[in-house]
Design a binder for this molecule. Structure first.
Ligand code: GLC
Length: 537
């Protein structure tokens, strides 16, 4: 239950995203694993988060870092075993944290037995009906069925070789070619995923993060270039899923990854018999600008209000540029098509870190649930100088470098010591971390930051401690306070206010009883630029 009233836990939880490959490597192979996560549970509990969300840990050829799942009911040997996953869920619960897992329903891996069966069974078979196989255009079917482009670049169709060795049909993949899209109009697909959900709910997971949640159901315009996603049929799927979680009396949560620009469409997914929550990417994509942030907050609150779902606030995840880097540029918004251009702009990491600190206090003071991505609490920056030959992200490879890819926010965590692997792997490790860590991260390790009152880590620890104790924080409402231009100031009842100064000059604080926390020391009684304060009113 949430602390405020008898509401379910997820309405005001702080949920920490663990990216298993990069969190902690116990066996020394250079890749994170479940044993590493288990060892670090006390760290996570000490940080003060309520729940952990694990990015995919399933068997996978790792064509898209595990978002290409070959078996939804097992753990990749690189990470551990199903017994270890069960033990990890149990231990997280025992230390007081819930567990959310990532389910990838839009597509599987091309190594998934269903896709292999579909290839073997040939055109017209029931096995192919589970995917989107279509004949090609042109004289010999040599052209893809449509001109649709993959979200990762390149065509969204790949041609297969039929069992008799001839070039054959094409299959749809909105992402990489190794990620064939399921056909959600197929009853077997629906039954299979209900069973996968049951499998994990029976193992005690408290929630599901639904990958690419808006694109499952599609209508294909074979005459044109478009695949219509976010079509109404998707709601029926989530109503079925919701019936499954409702058995657990509101204690199990379904949260969707919805990249939808339209607030009405967004809210449709949050109707009382559908998803419990969805990621708020509008807030995440906002530049460091008071007007834009305020608009994103207002619009998001307004979209959630009629469906009485809590808003969720996110500053980063494993797909986007780390906030310290994003906010350190003059153009500080985020969008995928603009990544390469933004990378070319001058970067001030000190400014970025200052803003990321203020952003953290803003994010954690807003009404609803908050998500942190591992390393955000350490102030890690985007690693933008990974040698090209080490880059793994299909976004980089499929776009031929037009998109710099997402490896830069996935570099393994620095825990201790003064040189790589910074405690990510044991000193006896046989391989270096799967992506190289910057030497300068020696100052950002958990060890280096612990006990330093000015560190990002201690700021997060303090903020999470206050958030857990403050009745005003978490679920609820906010009330904007009048403030100078470029300043966001809001009150939360009882007796709390958050002020964020995004203007270039120091500003006076609104009337208050005491200062609970600031992201940077005050300038006398004034709030410096790029600084946030939590106040007792
Ligand atoms: C989601 C994931 C991303 C993945 C994609 C395809 O957007 O967050 O990492 O590449 O879906 O599964």
């Amino acid at each position: 239950m949430s602390k405020a009233d008898n509401q379910p836990w997820w309405r005001d939880a702080v949920i920490y995203q663990v990216y298993p490959r990069s969190f902690a490597d116990a066996n020394g192979d250079g890749v994170g694993d479940l044993a590493g996560i288990t060892e670090r549970l006390p760290y996570l509990r000490g940080l003060g988060v309520d729940a952990l969300w694990f990015s995919p840990w399933y068997p996978s050829p790792m064509a898209d870092a595990g978002y290409d799942v070959a078996d939804y009911r097992d753990i990749d040997p690189m990470f551990g075993t199903i017994a270890e996953a069960e033990a990890l869920i149990g231990q997280a619960h025992a230390t007081g944290m819930r567990v959310v897992i990532d389910i990838v329903p839009n597509h599987c891996s091309d190594a998934h037995p269903w896709f292999q069966d579909a290839l073997a069974a040939g055109p017209g078979s029931a096995q192919r009906q589970r995917f989107w196989f279509r004949p090609g255009r042109g004289r010999d079917g040599e052209l893809p069925p449509t001109e649709l482009r993959s979200i990762f670049g390149g065509p969204a169709w790949t041609r297969v070789t039929e069992p008799d060795g001839t070039p054959g049909e094409w299959y749809l993949h909105l992402f990489a070619a190794q990620q064939p899209d399921f056909n959600w109009a197929n009853a077997e697909v629906r039954t299979e995923f209900l069973d996968v959900l049951r499998f994990w709910l029976d193992r005690g997971v408290d929630g599901i993060r639904i990958d690419s949640a808006a694109v499952l159901m599609k209508e294909l315009d074979l005459a044109g270039e478009t695949a219509y996603t976010d079509v109404d049929g998707v709601h029926e799927i989530y109503r079925e899923w919701r019936s499954l979680t409702d058995v657990y009396m509101g204690e199990r949560v379904l949260i969707g990854e919805l990249w939808l620009p339209d607030h009405q469409r967004f809210a449709d997914y949050l109707r009382p018999d559908e998803l419990h929550g969805a990621f708020n990417f509008e807030f995440l994509c906002c530049p460091w600008d008071a007007t834009r942030l305020r608009a994103a907050i207002d619009e998001s609150m307004a979209a959630h209000a009629p469906v009485s779902a809590p808003a969720t606030w996110v500053l980063s995840n494993h797909d986007v540029t780390r906030p310290v880097t994003r906010f350190g540029r003059t153009d500080s918004g985020f969008s995928f098509p603009d990544r390469l251009r933004r990378r070319g702009l001058p970067l001030d990491l000190e400014l970025g870190a200052r803003r990321a600190r203020a952003g953290a206090l803003l994010c954690l003071a807003l009404p609803g649930a908050a998500y942190l991505y591992q390393g955000e609490e350490l102030g890690l920056w985007e690693v933008e100088d990974i040698p090209t030959e080490l880059l793994q992200d299909p976004m980089f490879h499929r776009s031929a470098g037009a998109d710099p890819g997402r490896d830069g926010c996935r570099v393994p965590m620095p825990w201790s010591d003064v040189e790589p692997p910074f405690g990510f792997s044991p000193r006896t490790a046989t391989s270096p971390p799967w992506l190289p860590q910057p030497l300068a991260w020696k100052d950002l390790t958990v060890e280096a930051q612990t006990g330093d009152p000015h560190s990002m880590l201690e700021l997060y620890r303090a903020a999470l401690r206050i958030r857990a104790a403050e009745p005003a924080l978490g679920d609820g409402e906010l009330r904007w306070l009048s403030a100078p231009e470029g300043v966001l100031a809001f009150a939360r009842d009882p007796g709390f206010a958050c002020v964020v100064n995004l203007s270039p000059a120091a500003v006076p604080l609104p009337p208050h009883e005491s200062v609970l926390l600031t992201s940077k020391p005050l300038d006398g009684a004034a709030l410096p630029p790029d600084t946030a304060a939590w106040l007792r009113r």
